[in-house]
Write a protein that binds this ligand. Sequence first.
Ligand code: SF4
Length: 229
Amino acid sequence: MEFGGLEKFTLIDYPGKIACVVYTIGCNFRCPYCHNPELVDETVETKIKESEVLDFLDKRKDLLDGVVITGGEPTMHGDDLLCFMAEIKNRGFLVKLDSNGTNPDVLREAIDKKIVDYIAMDIKSPLSKYERTVGRPVDALAIKKSIQIIMFSPVEYEFRTTIVKGMLSPEDIEEIAREIKGAKQYYLQKFVSTKILNPQFKKKVTYSEDELKAIQERISNDVAYCGIR
Ligand code: SF4
């Protein structure tokens, strides 16, 4: 595998852990608010070989708890991704995987092989509105399957939604919460308009803190924990 970036140190991307972040190249969605357009359209200039990442990890064994694999959409890399995750686990690191949930079989295999410790899955919109939100054809059943696989797995997880006012209504967010009913953790992520895929979204905003808190209150019975970040 090749990667579009390596962030050597983070305290915020893997909850409670000291980690590094690797960025996979390519994505099957085109979310207008995406912060990594060069990964999505595969125009990233400097690529990092898998062997370089593993060499880096060999030198960080006592300094890092885990590795966050994000993208792009990591699961598009199928078996290559699973082999890479196994290599990381062999070195004794925890693995957090970020995913848009379009490849439930890859998630299932990673869980069954015990090569993932934390999964963060983006929920883009209610299932009925996915294609409008992500700008690509979507297999809604695959998304639904990923949600079920993650929720009924022994792995730590979170679901999260980027909240853009005008793109998702409070009722849409309530519908999402019903579709992940019983989830352990769900985060409402404030949209930030720096460096995004679709320049027209520069003018978009998220909801105010009070509006987000009102939404949080409305969905509090559907999920065990709902956070705003
Ligand atoms: S936000 Fe995630 S799923 Fe959407 S285009 Fe960007 S990398 Fe792909």
